[in-house]
Design a protein around this ligand. Structure first.
Ligand code: C5P
Length: 401
């Protein structure tokens, strides 16, 4: 049985000389067992015939918003597909995708699709190198679209350089990896705490910290891509979050609210990831009215906040995994080890703000993972997205033991 057995893949074909390679792509995907449907833009038909694809797929090719006086339901096609793969994706279609322009069936499907989307760009060297194309690709990547790298070499224009459509064999490998990954944590319920907490002093002031929430949000986004259902309990954060049908975001403000939400969900959770920078203290009795400035100093009496990871650690079942973070500026290993033991964690992710561009507020992080069995794994400085993948990979490994 092929690695893509029964997987429903919708291929989008746009106007590029490389559209001929999509014929091979469809064949190779079918050989791996995939069920393939094809949607074409008008200009792609100048390069390759509809009949080729309809014969290969044993199904009509979709290209118009209406066909033979019948409405082609773009929503249905987007729902049918488990993956929408646009190959080749022209500079024109990429630009339309970036700005939400809908002027054909392919872009209508794109804008309403619920499934993951991949694009394999193909264009001439100068179009590829143009700042606007690169900026469009960056935006598409930021909203969660996977960009298949272009090839470098001979181009139809006679020029040579980047811009070639990736070879069909390479695209198939990426699609296979995607489907393996998308099942890695399926059926798993993951709870992630993230961001800072704000502890009220009065209705307008609070005690908080500099956590951006980025690490926890990246973890949530990557976990859903691996098929997990994620509850993200998020303190005040301005970071944008990719929407996904498997991601449930619960906004909270204080540590107590965060704990309340975690305990509500506790019993159904397979893995807790405590990435929040929870305030250790709160004001004992916040003022109901805005505190007026006076000539004398102001004393705030602080009491300890609940420790969420500790509370869950004490009551968690043996089949539940707990992962925490330790942000230390000194005695990294000793402090991390004592937190790991005290809070009954399976592993703790250590980071230090002393490493350049790491931890609080940055898009990159350098971590070490300390397992409860004593194993220590060191990682390089990476984007938080890549760090999230490393952490989730460790969680996957624990699930397999
Ligand atoms: O603050 P501390 O360094 O002890 O935090 C270590 C871990 O415990 C982190 O994973 C953090 O999210 C979690 N924690 C928590 N509730 C607190 C304090 C920390 O869940 N009140």
């Amino acid at each position: 049985m092929g690695k893509l057995s029964g997987k429903k893949i919708l291929i989008g074909i746009t106007g590029s000389i490389s559209a001929y390679k999509s014929v091979v792509l469809v064949r190779l995907l079918q050989k791996e067992g995939a069920i393939v449907k094809v949607v074409m833009t008008e200009s792609s038909k100048e390069f390759v015939g509809e009949l080729t694809f309809s014969t290969l797929c044993n199904s009509p090719v979709y290209s118009n918003l209406s066909q033979d006086n019948q409405w082609s339901n773009h929503v249905e096609l987007g729902l049918w597909a488990e993956l929408f793969l646009i190959a080749p994706a022209s500079a024109n279609t990429l630009a339309k995708m970036t700005h939400g322009l809908v002027d054909n069936l392919l872009t209508a499907i794109y804008l309403s699709a619920k499934c993951p989307i991949m694009v394999a760009p193909a264009m001439d060297l100068d179009m590829w190198n143009h700042k606007i194309t690169q900026s469009n690709l960056q935006i598409l990547q930021q909203i969660g679209i996977q960009i298949i790298p272009v090839g470098d070499g001979h181009l139809a224009s006679g020029l040579s350089g980047p811009g070639r459509l990736a070879e069909p064999e390479e695209i198939v490998e990426i699609v296979k990896d995607f489907f393996i990954d998308s099942n890695l944590l399926s059926q798993k319920n993951i709870l992630i705490t993230a961001g800072p907490t704000y502890e009220a002093i009065d209705p307008v002031r609070f005690i908080g910290n500099r956590s951006s929430g980025k690490m926890g949000i990246r973890l949530a986004e990557e976990a859903v891509k691996l098929g997990a259902h994620v509850d993200l309990i998020l303190g005040p954060s301005n970071e944008s979050i990719l929407s996904h049908s498997l991601l449930n975001v619960i906004r909270v403000e204080s540590a107590q609210q965060m704990l309340d939400e975690v305990t509500k969900l506790q019993s159904k959770i397979d893995c807790f990831i405590f990435a929040a920078a929870v305030a250790d203290y709160k004001v004992e009795s916040p003022s109901q009215e805005k505190i007026k400035k006076t000539e004398i100093n102001l004393d705030l009496h602080l009491t300890k906040n609940p420790d969420i990871a500790l509370t869950i650690g004490k009551s968690k079942r043996s089949d539940q995994i707990s992962v925490g973070f330790a942000l230390e500026t000194e005695n990294l290993f000793e402090n991390a080890k004592s937190k790991l033991d005290k809070k009954n964690m399976d592993f703790i992710v250590m980071n230090t703000p002393k490493v350049k561009n790491s931890a609080f507020g940055f898009d990159t992080n350098q971590i070490s993972i300390y397992h409860k069995d004593g194993r220590i794994l060191e990682f390089e400085l990476k984007t938080k997205k890549e760090v999230a993948k490393d952490i989730l990979h460790e969680i996957y490994q624990l699930q397999c033991r």
